[in-house]
Design a protein around this ligand. Structure first.
Ligand SMILES: Cc1ncc(COP(=O)(O)O)c(C=O)c1O
Length: 433
């Protein structure tokens, strides 16, 4: 695959401009025409129809060096690789920055921040004045969690299936300031949205100020009914923080449509932006009341940029986000979501038929997209994960956490169905032992 004509094309074209700074987009200069031509061939197919069109997706696979890795990476939910053009952009910006760092970073690359904000806002269907660019979901959400004024006794509702970094932030606030952090526990998979909303509703007391909800649960890929939770919470004057680490750049939605008050995400997961990139969205009317985590000269201002006082960070990495968005847009939000879901169902439905293999995730479209959990009777997640790695060269993520015991499998748009057949075959062999 490494030497296929498409791949050679991607590499050759990228190398031409690597190292030579251009304020234009590498994607537009080099690949937009190819993408347009390919998309044109299949313009009459709906996103669901094109989800299984291997000709279209093989074209996308060529763009990712990871698609020719001998190690089959099925832990894209941890961190996703970037397409070659994103790597080239970062490389190019990095070489340029190192010629005279303070000049190129602060006077040249920094000028890319406002256009990047606009690009991200377009992707999220929101106002650029509500977007702050930072380094990961942890930073984005910790900024909100620690930035809200809460008093001793005020209550926050989350769940033990939220992400540990955010749970720890709330626990620290409980320890330090005496807020009350109540955590629900869910038995996933759940195929009843109202049941989930009701769980949050029943936990509300007159002292509840915040609900913290994870849009897509990282452990097993359950999609949470965020919109309904927000509606229910707002009717009671409660604000909602959404952890979108596993939804942004994958699911087809506009951030404001969720109805949340705050949203934080990594960009180095399904968006395939450079590793170490993230973003926060704060509803305009709330910006002034959220204290920045890294202090600003005017911490109460209503300008979203007050959350970007990070000190020196990697400008090349930050600017590489733009090329990842270009690439993502060229595929299209709905197409990407449908392909991702197709890939999950492709392997999970087959695995589900194997005696002794259990799927821990709903396969219904409303409740999951690309992530699914799998286990084999009589085998711990740790043993299953390490056997898949050592014997089959398949990288997954073991989960033994609270009420969840499985191995998390998360493909990406560069994953080939034949590779998922490899996974299914491995599961079959292990289950029959
Ligand atoms: C649900 C969820 N939230 C937040 C994070 C943290 O992301 P980051 O490492 O980008 O801070 C993760 C990481 O996997 C996650 O799964």
């Amino acid at each position: 695959m490494r030497n296929s004509p498409n791949r050679r094309n991607f590499f050759k074209k990228s190398i031409v401009l690597a190292g030579a700074f251009s304020s234009g987009s590498l994607f537009n200069e080099l690949h937009a025409k190819d993408f347009e031509e390919k998309a044109n061939i299949y313009k009459d197919l709906s996103p669901t129809e094109i989800a299984s069109n291997e000709d279209y997706w093989s074209f996308i696979q060529q763009a990712y060096p990871a698609s020719s890795s001998p190690l089959l990476n099925l832990n894209n939910g941890g961190v996703s690789p970037s397409p070659q053009l994103v790597l080239d952009a970062v490389d190019r910006y990095s070489k340029m920055s190192n010629l005279a760092p303070s000049y190129y970073m602060w006077r040249i690359l920094d000028q890319g921040r406002e256009p990047l904000r606009e690009k991200l806002a377009q992707l999220g269907g929101c106002d650029p004045e509500e977007i702050a660019i930072n380094r990961n979901a942890t930073e984005a959400l910790n900024t909100v969690i620690h930035g809200l004024d809460l008093n001793k006794g005020d209550e926050v509702i989350g769940s033990i299936q939220d992400y540990p970094n955010m749970m720890n932030a709330w626990k620290q606030r409980a320890l330090r300031e005496g807020i009350v952090y109540n955590q629900l526990s869910f038995d996933f998979p759940i195929e009843d949205e109202d049941f989930i909303v009701d769980m949050y509703r029943k936990a509300i007391s007159p002292k509840t100020k915040i609900i913290h909800v994870t849009h897509v649960i990282n452990w097993v890929g359950q999609i949470m009914p965020v919109k309904k939770i927000c509606q229910m919470a707002h009717e009671r004057g409660i604000e909602v923080i959404v952890d979108g680490a596993h939804s942004f750049g994958l699911l087809d939605f506009d951030i404001p449509d969720l109805g949340a008050d705050y949203f934080g995400t990594s960009l180095h997961k399904y968006l395939s932006a450079p590793i170490g990139t993230g973003m926060m969205w704060v509803k305009k009317e709330h910006i002034s009341k959220v204290w920045p985590l890294f202090c600003d000269q005017d911490p109460t201002r209503g300008d979203i940029r007050k959350f970007e006082t990070l000190g020196t960070r990697s400008f090349p990495i930050e600017q590489g986000i733009g090329e990842a968005v270009n690439f993502h847009n060229a595929i299209g939000r709905k197409r990407k979501e449908e392909r991702a879901r197709y890939l999950k169902n492709y392997w999970a439905e087959k695995a589900n038929e194997i005696p002794g293999v259990n799927i821990h995730t709903s396969l219904k479209a409303a409740f999951s997209c690309v992530i699914a959990g799998v286990s084999i009777d009589g085998m711990t997640p740790r043993v299953l994960e390490s056997t898949l790695l050592k014997t089959y060269k398949i990288h997954t993520s073991p989960v033994s956490y609270e009420n969840i015991d499985c191995v998390r499998v998360s493909p990406h748009v560069y994953t080939k169905p034949a590779e998922l057949d490899r996974l299914v075959k491995a599961l079959g062999e292990l289950a029959s032992k």
